[in-house]
Write a protein of this length. Structure first.
Length: 397
């Protein structure tokens, strides 16, 4: 019956992570998958999240279906986190938010909405971008193109080329933008560059679709939402998918949201209705447990303060690893510039290594990074950073 079904090639990131799990070497190092690990090499259980979960469990009762749009307190807490409680767009009722199955679910619901109501729009992705961006939008039947982003010569942003490409793009194209901590490069726009990009988005009537999976891992929780608040203040309409996998360690709970900012409050009613219709078709309604934990952390003043301090600690630990890797590589490879490790931000860095060099790292040294050269900096720790630097130095000299 199923002879015509083709084999699945696998996801490049998850497949590599599975290969790592099967590697018998005791000194193997996993810098492939986008997960935050503590200095002990384990996924941390944040005290704020643990305390919130204990409270939620203590209050456990009946578990009815959530509404299609998700829990009301979760959605409100997300809006306040992204936009600020006093944001004018929120006060004007221009924002609708649904709870989704991770930010990937938010991207998918948004992609299905765009396919139905903007079917001729091209989706513009940064070159490079997270692999699943292409899969999600193509899977919804949308046409995909790219815009310049990463400068291989400097390890930074080719902003002028990006600006020029978007300025000449088709009107009402959808522009997928990483709000902070760009995946996979770690290269972000500065505030000045975001402000210079804004009139281009407005003049070309482009539709921004922001992906915010690492809020708090760039500058801080508030600053990492800069572009969201800038776009809201401009009066533009746009999409935002955000996640609590990384900054709360709730990977398996799949806690995310999709927010759509509309021109008027009247339009939000129909937009929300059609988002709910998509959810009903796809998975009917979202899960309850993780949303309760997130809402408790974000709305309990004591837990919120504790969580924000924990996010600072995670961000600073990644920064320390960047500095240690930079120092070790600079010591081992005199004359080579590794400063891009210091200017890139968040969980990821582009190493500049070729696919063959990445294979050599894995095969000869047990150091796993993606064949694109993306390294998860949050996988480094005080016990493996020196070995990682030695392995990289061995293949580039």
């Amino acid at each position: 019956m199923f002879r015509h079904v083709q084999p699945y090639a696998g996801d490049s990131i998850l497949s590599l992570n599975e290969t790592f799990g099967k590697d018998p070497r005791a000194n193997k190092i996993n810098l492939s998958i986008g997960i935050y690990f503590g200095d002990d090499g384990k996924i941390p259980m944040l005290p704020s999240v643990r305390a919130a979960e204990l409270q939620v469990v203590a209050e456990a009762g009946a578990r009815p279906y959530l509404p299609m749009e998700g829990a009301a307190n979760f959605r409100t807490a997300v809006q306040h986190l992204l936009f600020g409680a006093d944001n004018a767009a929120l006060q004007a009722g221009r924002v609708v938010t649904i709870q989704t199955v991770g930010s990937s679910g938010g991207l998918k619901v948004g992609a299905d909405f765009i396919k139905h109501y903007f079917p001729s729009s091209t989706v513009l992705l940064s070159d490079p971008t997270w692999d699943n961006h292409r899969a999600v939008f193509e899977g919804s039947g949308l046409k995909i193109s790219t815009y310049p982003y990463y400068d291989t010569e400097t390890g930074g942003l080719c902003f002028d080329a990006m600006l020029a490409a978007l300025a000449s793009s088709e009107r009402q194209s959808v522009v997928v933008l990483h709000a902070c901590c760009h995946n996979p490069t770690g290269v972000d726009l500065s505030k000045d560059q975001w402000q210079r990009l804004l009139p281009v988005l407005q003049e070309r009537e482009l539709i921004p679709f922001l992906d915010l999976a690492y809020q708090g891992f760039g500058d801080d929780i508030q600053e990492d939402a800069f572009i969201i608040r800038l776009l809201a203040e401009s009066g533009m309409s746009f999409f935002v998918a955000n996640s609590f996998s990384k900054n709360m360690g709730l990977y398996g709970e799949r806690c995310g949201a999709l927010s759509v900012i509309c021109p008027t409050e009247a339009q939000t009613v129909n937009v929300m209705g059609q988002l709910k219709a998509i959810v009903r078709r796809d998975y009917s309604n979202p899960p309850m447990h993780g949303a309760k934990i997130v809402a408790r952390v974000l709305t309990n003043p004591d837990l919120r303060l504790l969580w924000e301090a924990e996010v600072v600690s995670m961000r600073e630990r990644i920064h320390v690893m960047r500095n240690q890797l930079h120092y070790a590589l600079s010591s081992k490879c005199s004359g080579r510039d590794f400063d891009y490790f210091l200017t890139q931000r968040g969980m990821f860095s582009y190493t500049g290594l070729s696919p063959l060099q990445c294979d050599q790292l894995k095969d000869s040294f047990g150091v796993y990074i993606l064949r694109s050269g993306r390294m998860c900096m949050a996988g480094l720790n005080s016990r493996n950073v020196e070995a990682t630097a030695s392995a990289i130095a061995a293949i580039i000299v």
